[in-house]
Design a protein around this ligand. Structure first.
Ligand code: ADE
Length: 233
C-alpha cells in the first residue's frame, strides 16, 4: 500500500491527542461543527479527528473524512469496555466484526442488531488486520481479535453486559465502531477498529473509565501510529 490518504479517528479528545502531538505540517479545518487535522506522519498523509461520543457523531465524522477529505482508508483508535474475561485494562483488541447491540426491530421478527438490507455483523478489512498482527509481533505485544458491540449507551451493568455477550458473542463494547463500519462498508473504504480496554462494563465501569481513559487511549494511539508506518512501507 503506498501514498494513500489515511483517516484516523477517535471519539474523544483523549483518543486522538497522542496522535495529533506527533503530526507534522498540521493544518486544521472545521466542517460540520467538527475539527479536522490534516498533516503527515513520517511523510504519510493523514487526516485526524475525534467525532464526539456515539454512533451518529461517529457516522458523520467517518463520512466527512471519506467524502470531504478524500481518505482512502480509515483507522479507528480508542478505548472499550471488556466483555471477555481475557481482556484486562490496557489490553488491545482488534475488531474482527462489529455489530449494533442497541438496534432492535425484534417486534417485526428480526434478530437483534439487524435491519432489512443490512447485516448483524460487519467485518473489518483483513489486510489491515494482518498488518496489525505483524506490528504487534514486531513490538512483542499481545493483541486479541474479536467481535466488538456498539451502542449509544455507556454500559456499567453486569446483566446488560452478559446479554450483549450472549446475543452477539461480543468480546468488547463501545459506542462508535459499528456506525463507522456501516459508513465504510457502504462507501467501499477499507477500515480497521482498535480499542484498548479502559473498564469492564461492570459496576466499577465509570470509575475505571475516568481513571484509565487517558492511559488506555494512548496505548491504542501509539499502536495506530506504528500501523501508519507499516501501511506506508
Ligand atoms: N467505552 C469504554 N468503556 C465503555 C463502556 N463501559 N460502555 C460503553 N462504551 C465504553
Amino acid at each position: 500500500m503506498t501514498s494513500q490518504k489515511i483517516a484516523i479517528m477517535g471519539a474523544m479528545p483523549e483518543e486522538i491527542e497522542p496522535i495529533i502531538d506527533k503530526l507534522e505540517n498540521v493544518q486544521t479545518d472545521v466542517y460540520g461543527d467538527n475539527k479536522y487535522y490534516e498533516g503527515t506522519y513520517h511523510g504519510q498523509e493523514v487526516v485526524v479527528a475525534y467525532s464526539k461520543i456515539g454512533k451518529v457523531f461517529a457516522a458523520l465524522t467517518a463520512t466527512t473524512l471519506i467524502e470531504k477529505f478524500g481518505c482512502d482508508l480509515l483507522l479507528f483508535s480508542g478505548v472499550a469496555g471488556a466483555i471477555s474475561d481475557e481482556l484486562k485494562i490496557g489490553d488491545l483488541i482488534i475488531a474482527n466484526g462489529l455489530c449494533q447491540h442497541d438496534l432492535d426491530i425484534t417486534a417485526f421478527g428480526h434478530p437483534f442488531g439487524y435491519v432489512p438490507e443490512g447485516t448483524i455483523c460487519i467485518h473489518t478489512d483483513a489486510v489491515l488486520r494482518d498488518i496489525a498482527k505483524n506490528v504487534a509481533q514486531q513490538k512483542g505485544l499481545t493483541i486479541q481479535e474479536g467481535i466488538i458491540a456498539t451502542g449509544d449507551q455507556f454500559i456499567a451493568d453486569p446483566e446488560r453486559k452478559e446479554w450483549i455477550k450472549n446475543t452477539f458473542k461480543a468480546d468488547a463494547l463501545e459506542m462508535e465502531g459499528a456506525s463507522v463500519a456501516v459508513v465504510c462498508n457502504a462507501l467501499n473504504v477499507p477500515f480497521f477498529v482498535l480499542r484498548a480496554i479502559s473498564d469492564s462494563a461492570d459496576m466499577d465501569a465509570s470509575f475505571n473509565f475516568d481513571e484509565f481513559l487517558e492511559s488506555s487511549a494512548k496505548i491504542s494511539a501509539d499502536f495506530i501510529l506504528s500501523m501508519v508506518d507499516a501501511i506506508g512501507r
